[in-house]
Design a protein around this ligand. Structure first.
Ligand code: GDP
Length: 457
C-alpha cells in the first residue's frame, strides 16, 4: 500500500530558531543537488526521501527498516497557532512535530505550552536542541553527534559545557514533564521517549540528522497513519484564505489524504455554515526558473495527491476561515462530504459554562488551545467563538458582567476588535485581553484577576 509523506510541524519558544530552522531545511537541496531538489508546495515544503538519504548516508545504516515513505512534508508556518489551527478529525494535522529549544536557554513558557499542546493532541515530537554553535568551545568536528552517544546517553568526546547544557536545559525538563530522552534507535514507545537532535540553524549542523531521525521515526512508528487512500477523495484543512490578483479569494490548503482533481467541488466548513463551490483551478507554486514575471506565481495542475499543499481558486470563498475542514469531491459526493464536515465541526465545539467570560480566536484549533489553557487555571467560559470581536459580543459580555463583575472580560487570541465594538467596550467598561501568544494572554489575565480580587477585599 502506498504511503504518503508524514506532515511535520515546527513549534517552540519565540526566538529559539523556528524560522531559521525552516529556512535551513528548505536549503537542504543545496547539499544534495544531484538527488533533486525540494518541492515547494503552497504552505509547505516537501523533502524527498532521496535527498534525505543523500545528505545523511551513514545515518541510514542505523535504521533497521527500509524507508518507504516518499519524503517529509514540512509546514512552512512555525508556531503553536499554525499547529493548533491545522487540525483534522480526531487530532492534529501534523503527524510529528519538531520542538525547537535553544540549548543555551532551555525550556521557556512557550516550550512548556507547546509540549502541553502536543500532549493534548497526542502528537509525537523530537527536540531540535538549537544554537549549538553558541556553546563556548563547541567544535563541530566532534559530530555527527547522534552516532556517538554511549549507553549512558553521553557523548564520549563531547565538551563538558555541551553535556551540561544538554542535560540541564533539555533532558532534565523533559524528564520533569514525564518523558524519557533517548536515541531514536532505542525508542520503543514514541509517546514516552523523545529524541534530541543537537542542531544549529545557523551553520546547518545536525539538520540532515534531524530530517533522517524524523523520517525514521515516522516510518517505524507511524506507518499506520500514513497509508494513503489512493482511491478516496481529498481531505484537508484550510491554512489560509487569500486574495490573489486575477483569481479573487483563494484557499491555501494542506491535503492529508486522497486525491484532489480539477473540476471537482470544494466543500468547506465556515463560521456561517458549509460552503460548496466548483473548483476553477488547483494551483501549485511555479519554480523560479519557470516564472516569467513575479505576478505569475502559480501553475495549474490536474490533480494533487496527498500529502500536499495546494491553492484552490473557486467562486464564493468569502466566508471561509483558516483551520476549517475541507474536502474535494466529485458532484455526487457533495452530500457525503457535507455530513463529514458537519461532524468534524460539532466535535470541535468547545463546552461552555453556565456563567463566565467570552473568548474569541481566529481558528477553531487556536480557540480550543486557548480554552484548554484557561480551563487549567479554573477560568469559567460562558461563550467561545471563532471570529472578530463585534459590538454584539461586547453587549453580551456586559450582561455576563451583571452576573459577576469578574465576568466582564473578553480574551481575544489572534483576532481583531471591530471599530464599533471599541466604543461599547469603553461604555460598559469591559476588560479586553488581546494578543497572539496564549501563555501571555493567560498570564495577563491571571495578573488582572489577582489585582481585582485584592481590590475587592
Ligand atoms: P523564532 O522566533 O523561533 O522563529 O526564531 P528565529 O528563527 O527568528 O531566530 C531568532 C534569532 O536567533 C535570530 O536572530 C536568528 O538569527 C538566531 N538563531 C536562530 N538559530 C540560530 C542558531 O542555530 N545559532 C545562532 N547563533 N543563532 C541562531
Amino acid at each position: 500500500m502506498a504511503l504518503r509523506c508524514p506532515i511535520v510541524s515546527v513549534l517552540g519558544h519565540v526566538d529559539h530558531g523556528k524560522t531559521s530552522l525552516l529556512d535551513k531545511i528548505r536549503k537542504t537541496r543545496v547539499a544534495a543537488r544531484e538527488a533533486g531538489g525540494i518541492t515547494q508546495h503552497i504552505g509547505a515544503s516537501e523533502i524527498p526521501i532521496d535527498v534525505i538519504k543523500k545528505v545523511c548516508g551513514n545515518l541510514l545504516q542505523m535504521l533497521k527498516a527500509d524507508l518507504t515513505i516518499p519524503g517529509l512534508l514540512v509546514i512552512d508556518t512555525p508556531g503553536h497557532e499554525a499547529f493548533t489551527s491545522l487540525r483534522k478529525r480526531g487530532g492534529a494535522l501534523a503527524d510529528i512535530a519538531i520542538l525547537v529549544v535553544d540549548i543555551n536557554e532551555g525550556f521557556k513558557p512557550q516550550t512548556i505550552e507547546a509540549v502541553n499542546i502536543l500532549r493534548q493532541y497526542k502528537t509525537p515530537f523530537v527536540v531540535a536542541a538549537n544554537k549549538i554553535d553558541l556553546i563556548p568551545g563547541w567544535n563541530s568536528k566532534e559530530g555527527p553527534f547522534v552516532l556517538n552517544f554511549n549507553e549512558q546517553n553521553q557523548h564520549p568526546n563531547a565538551l563538558t559545557e555541551f553535556e551540561i547544557r544538554l542535560y540541564e536545559n533539555i533532558i532534565k525538563p523533559l524528564n520533569e514533564m514525564g518523558f524519557n530522552a533517548d536515541l531514536f534507535t532505542r525508542v520503543e514507545d514514541i509517546t514516552k521517549t523523545v529524541c534530541i537532535i543537537p542542531v544549529s540553524a545557523k551553520t546547518g549542523e545536525g539538520i540532515p540528522d534531524l530530517l533522517m531521525m524524523i523520517a525514521g521515526l515516522a516510518q517505524k512508528f507511524l506507518e499506520q497513519n500514513l497509508k494513503l487512500d489512493v482511491e478516496g477523495y481529498a481531505k484537508g484543512t484550510v491554512l489560509e484564505v487569500k486574495e490573489e490578483k486575477g483569481l479573487g479569494k483563494t484557499i491555501d490548503a494542506i491535503i492529508y489524504d486522497g486525491i484532489a482533481r480539477r473540476g471537482d467541488y470544494v466543500v468547506v466548513g465556515g463560521p456561517n455554515g458549509i460552503v460548496v463551490s466548483k473548483i476553477k483551478a488547483l494551483l501549485k507554486p511555479k519554480p523560479l526558473d519557470e516564472m516569467r514575471d513575479p505576478r505569475d506565481k502559480f501553475k495549474p495542475v490536474n490533480e494533487v495527491v496527498a500529502a500536499a499543499g495546494v491553492k484552490i481558486a473557486a467562486p464564493n470563498l468569502e466566508n471561509v476561515i483558516a483551520g476549517s475542514p475541507l474536502r474535494i469531491v466529485p458532484e455526487d459526493k457533495i452530500e457525503e462530504a457535507k455530513e463529514e464536515i458537519m461532524k468534524e465541526i460539532e466535535e470541535a465545539t468547545i463546552e461552555t459554562d453556565e456563567e463566565g467570560i467570552l473568548i474569541k480566536a481566529d481558528t477553531l484549533g487556536s480557540l480550543e488551545a486557548l480554552a484548554n489553557e484557561l480551563r487549567k487555571i479554573g477560568v469559567k467560559i460562558k461563550k467561545a467563538e471563532v471570529g472578530e470581536v463585534s459590538k454584539k459580543d461586547v453587549i453580551e459580555v456586559a450582561s455576563f458582567k451583571q452576573v459577576n463583575p469578574l465576568y466582564g472580560v473578553i480574551i481575544a487570541f489572534n483576532t481583531k476588535i471591530l471599530p464599533d465594538a471599541k466604543k461599547e467596550i469603553e461604555k460598559y467598561d469591559i476588560k479586553v485581553f488581546e494578543g497572539n501568544i496564549i501563555y501571555k494572554l493567560v498570564e495577563d489575565y491571571e495578573e488582572w484577576l489577582k489585582a481585582e480580587l485584592e481590590k475587592m477585599k
